[in-house]
Ligand binder design. Structure first.
Ligand code: PHB
Length: 389
């Protein structure tokens, strides 16, 4: 499917404007997101945010224009790689945008690295892609898995939590997030008393895992689940009645604004960390939330914000490049601005985003979940972790 986004007037590529000015250019963006499979809902949030970002920031592109080509990754690495190849080689996109799963990002890394076509990652947190497997072509506007979870280990230990049980899906993101939490929690004196990694796809019953966690008698359980798995896990943890003895913590996708209303009372009391929470009180966030809610009738989530900021980043680079392909690519990793999540910049050492991480709690009040920010860890930046550009 191809969507023409009306942003300025497109003229034939290659046309040199009078007076030797830069050429007008049609920028083709290849949107690669899961619209089916385990992370289906997340893809539509990112796409909605991306389109809103183009509307808000791309209105004054002058002679340049943006066109979207979209494809369903199904959150499957092999299918996603084939679709990325088609977009680059056949559709000749100027830039790829999207990717939700760390496994999908890992699977397309070498192709993107060698293709010369930049990829703006709008979710997948795979640490290696901005670490030892970093690439000038991979620019991440969302988060890295360790960036979100590292600050929580220290924070939780400082709250007096002495032991934790870990649980996350059995794939790259699940393991990386738990490892990051573990490293700072144990460095601050905390103890890991057990861990479990249920399959990402097809786990319907977390009962046996929750029973094992309870038997280990930790002070807290620390988790990462997202999408449908997060809804199921949070509901089952609530139904098992364990939360009063073992409070539930996690990477904040666990109770994302995308689906916390579905979890409802089951989310009550859960404390989590994320790079974006709708409660952020800034003019940029208000503008985003007002427009997103007017367009879609629901709260804009961290997924929608990543799409929105990806559009902002691409538009800024288009403006700076003034029609020049190489200048466009170079500008993508030099962008910085205040978005709905707060200040954001791309780290030139890794191409990962530098941003605040917010600790927040969920409370079920008057029939709905209220999310309140407890703490802000400013300007969280990853070490290069083996990245040399
Ligand atoms: C990932 O696979 O990197 C991933 C997926 C879903 C999330 C966060 C990270 O919500």
């Amino acid at each position: 499917m191809r969507t023409r986004v009306k942003l300025g007037v497109a003229v034939a590529a290659g046309l040199l404007l009078a007076g030797g000015q830069a050429m007008a250019k049609e920028y083709k963006v290849g949107v690669l997101l899961p619209f089916s499979g385990v992370y289906a809902g997340l893809g539509s949030h990112i796409e909605n945010g991306f389109k809103l970002g183009l509307e808000h920031y791309g209105a004054d592109l002058g002679e340049n224009s943006v066109t979207i080509v979209r494809s369903d990754t199904e959150a499957k690495p092999a299918a996603s790689l084939a679709k990325a190849k088609k977009m680059v080689l056949q559709d000749k996109v100027d830039v790829l945008m999207g990717v939700v799963s760390s496994a999908v990002l890992g699977g397309m890394r070498d192709f993107v690295h060698n293709s010369g076509t930049p990829l703006i990652v709008a979710n997948a947190g795979n640490d290696h892609m901005t670490g030892e497997k970093c690439s000038p072509n991979i620019i991440r506007v969302s988060f890295s898995n360790s960036q979100i979870n590292r600050p929580v280990g220290t924070w939780l230990a400082n709250q007096g939590v002495k032991s934790a049980y870990l649980m996350a899906p059995d794939y790259a993101a699940g393991h990386q997030m738990m490892e990051a939490f573990k490293s700072t929690f144990t460095a601050a004196g905390g103890k890991i008393v057990g861990e479990a990694y249920p399959p990402l796809k097809g786990t319907k019953d977390y009962g046996p895992y929750i029973t094992a966690a309870k038997a280990a008698q930790p002070d807290a359980i620390y988790t990462f689940f997202a999408g449908g798995a997060a809804i199921t896990f949070v509901k089952q943890y609530h139904d098992f009645g364990v939360k009063k003895d073992i409070p539930l913590y996690g990477a904040g996708f666990l109770t994302s604004a995308a689906y916390v209303h579905v979890q409802g009372e089951a989310a009550d009391g859960t404390v989590a960390a994320l790079h974006y929470v709708p409660a952020i009180d800034t003019p940029e966030n208000k503008k985003f939330q007002d427009a997103y809610q007017a367009a879609h009738g629901k709260t804009g989530s961290e997924f929608a914000v990543a799409g929105y900021d990806a559009a902002h980043l691409i538009v800024q680079a288009i403006k700076q490049a003034d029609g020049d392909e190489e200048a466009f690519k170079a500008a993508l990793s030099k962008v910085q601005f205040n978005g709905p999540r707060g200040p954001l910049r791309i780290d030139p050492a890794t191409n990962n985003v530098v941003q605040n991480i917010y600790l927040f709690k969920n409370e079920f009040k008057d029939g709905k979940v209220v999310q309140t920010i407890l703490d802000t860890i400013p300007d969280v930046q990853d070490a290069p972790n083996g990245c040399s550009m």
